[in-house]
Design a protein around this ligand. Sequence first.
Ligand code: EPU
Length: 347
Amino acid sequence: MEQSLQILSDVSIKGYNTFGVAASAQHLLEVSDEIVLLNSLYELRSFKLPFLPIGGGSNLLITNDLEGIVLLNRIKGIRCIEERHSEVIIEVGGGVIWHDLVNYCVERNWGGIENLALIPGTVGAAPIQNIGAYGVELEQVFEELTAIDLETGELCRFSHEDCQFGYRNSVFKYEQPKRFFIVRVRLRLLKNAPLRLSYGRLRETVERMVREENCSLNIATVSEAVCRIRRSKLPDPSVLGNSGSFFKNPVLDAKDFEAFSKQHANAPFYALGDGSYKVPAAWLIEQAGFKGYRSTESDAGVYEQHALILVNHGNASGNELLTLSKRLQATVREKFGITIAPEVTIW
Ligand code: EPU
């Protein structure tokens, strides 16, 4: 192989996944330039090994040593490609850290992603699971993306429609996993963006900051409020290994929800407006008695301040975390008749 590729072999990837799970990768390649990857693909494909694209490794549970070529997305760059009276279109490298992008936009008063502050991971990973928090999802600002098709070696464009966004889902997550390496993403942001404060705790925090700290009612305050809320209830992966919400919130149809709410009148829920209801998986897990649970056999546990987050207290293996997640699923199914599905990608 060419030296410029800097392929590493038999590499520990403990530092490349926020669960901090120890495993090794057969080969690993840091990609900071799309042209280098495009020019090398023919040769890389001749190895006949699977490609394993990784961004921040923050939505990933690794249960085995990785056989194949890990492609770390480190493509940088943020540029404004169109500026109009009321909006901007920006193009961002897939390897840019998502929260750095939020800060960059908030500093310029470009609104649309301030509610998504402090979400771990990279810009390239954001469309894969249509990241969302506090009433906003990526798809609301998404324009298009450019990706390298690792099967054909071609550069492809995906429109909003092509991405087939759903709740923590897109065409890249289940239909075509690992096939595309996301090079850059275009977002449309607003210069005088309306504030999105539908999420109760966010509105309260912002109002308090305005009242008590003289903060202005603007996107910088919203972003800061989101950071405070997240820091207060979500563990920092650099301190305690985790991957954010481990499960998706299950959606019940009207009939199932009626039966559920009759039995559990105190359960929180969120009407989706189409007759179906979202029930917080965190509540189900907490009611099943697992909030703050810590395995006696391993370092796998459930975060004590938020039941939707599985944590690695030190040396949990991917399989130990997976076993715990299956136990949570089985207990929730038994107690409530509801299946909770992982949000995290499991390799
Ligand atoms: N709750 C409990 N026990 C807990 C935690 C929460 O009963 O330990 C209940 C509370 O009633 C709370 C409700 O669950 O009102 C919802 O909790 P929260 O507001 O924390 O949101 P979530 O549904 O658990 C989702 C996203 C998060 C996002 C927040 C805020 C998913 C899978 N997760 O979590 O996203 O930050 O809403 O918008 O949709 C992520 O995807 O990694 C992530 C952190």
